[in-house]
Design a protein around this ligand. Sequence first.
Ligand SMILES: [Mn+2]
Length: 454
Amino acid sequence: MTEFVARREKLLEQMKPNSVAVFPASRELTRSRDTEFPFRQDSDFFYLTGFPEPNAYLIIEKLSDSAVGAEQASITTLVCRVKDKTAEIWQGRRIGKDKAKTEFMFDQTADETELEQTLQTAINNKATLYFGQGEYDYADELVFKTLQTLRMGPKKGWSAPTELLDVRPIVHNMRLFKSDAEIEVMRQAGKISAEAHARAMKFAAQQSQKGEPVFEYQLEAEIHHHFAMNGARYPAYGTIVGGGENACILHYTENQDEVKSGDLVLIDSGCELQGYAADITRTWPVNGKYSEEQKVIYEVVLDAQLAVLEAISPDASLKSLTDISIRKITEGLVRLGIIKTPESQNGVTPEQIDDLIANNAHRAFYMHGLAHWLGLDVHDVGDYNQAGAQRGLQPGMIFTVEPGIYIDSEADCDPKWHGIGVRIEDNILITDNGYENLTADVPKTIEEIEALMR
Ligand SMILES: [Mn+2]
């Protein structure tokens, strides 16, 4: 809890005097009729509170210099659901405002029934309101209604802030740099997820050896089982298990087909642990042995990924790393004649590779980005550019490195390559002396994967 308090203090340091920030919790979503999806807290709200319930609000007031008493320059308020015996018997426990105040360390707390009044009091007579508008309709409606109420009551001494600022850039920049505690959780999430991928490989190998079929959803089940058995009840995003040509559908989550012996299967899956995501992809032959064509494509992707890891330094940016992956993959595809050039038989000059890259020749086969920030959200927040330039890599940043090549059955190349889709993805933490691969525990080279599956 002291870490959550420290985050609120760090946010307060960056707020203007006489301002207020409002953060809504997310709400439950209907899955069907009267059942809900498992609840997932809003990431910014969670980051600042650790509070796990829906229908809550965090209000942070930074008082003006004149209003500051001897010791108090700020007020943090949590508004949460009302304790309700019947609701708690039917739907589950509620923390309630008394426990919320002491255990979650807020200056004050209020019941949801007092929300409008609490918010109005906090916003009244402040110069600046920090709020993330457009994200939740219910929060927009509440906040704008409160502003309008205040504007309509000048004779009662009310006034609304005249400045409305987006609070998200401040919080998102904080979230980009992970603390030691966050790094430890993400290290654990990476480890559990890595083991889960290895478990799926072993399952497929056993099924193949018994002559039993392997279905995509079975591999998904093996992975989710391992997550849950290790304290991570949910995947961080929809698990992708694509056998054969399904691997060429980047966000394939139907996971319903049989993976045929001789096909590769691409699995992109990571657990969510205490709110934090892991995001791993591995691509391997369901029968345990890569074909010659699969091997060759796999090596191009792996070489690209290793070249990127090699190039990680404080001078690098995600853009410069992306460029390295594009060059490696373009060179590989030219060498194999998959990207056709008149010169490819006799070797291609670096300038010719430059031209192919400038013309996006790789985009037909490598159509997504190399990397994204990783944290509470799988595609985590944080600006990729700063002051119009690419942002340098700094300790505490965590991101994915995930080059890929996808050749579907309509691709304009020798049909022997058709149906091969390969992506290799790891999670990288920038450290003081380089980087740490948080997902190194899952086999990655052809030799390692074939050995495990044997
Ligand atoms: Mn990813």
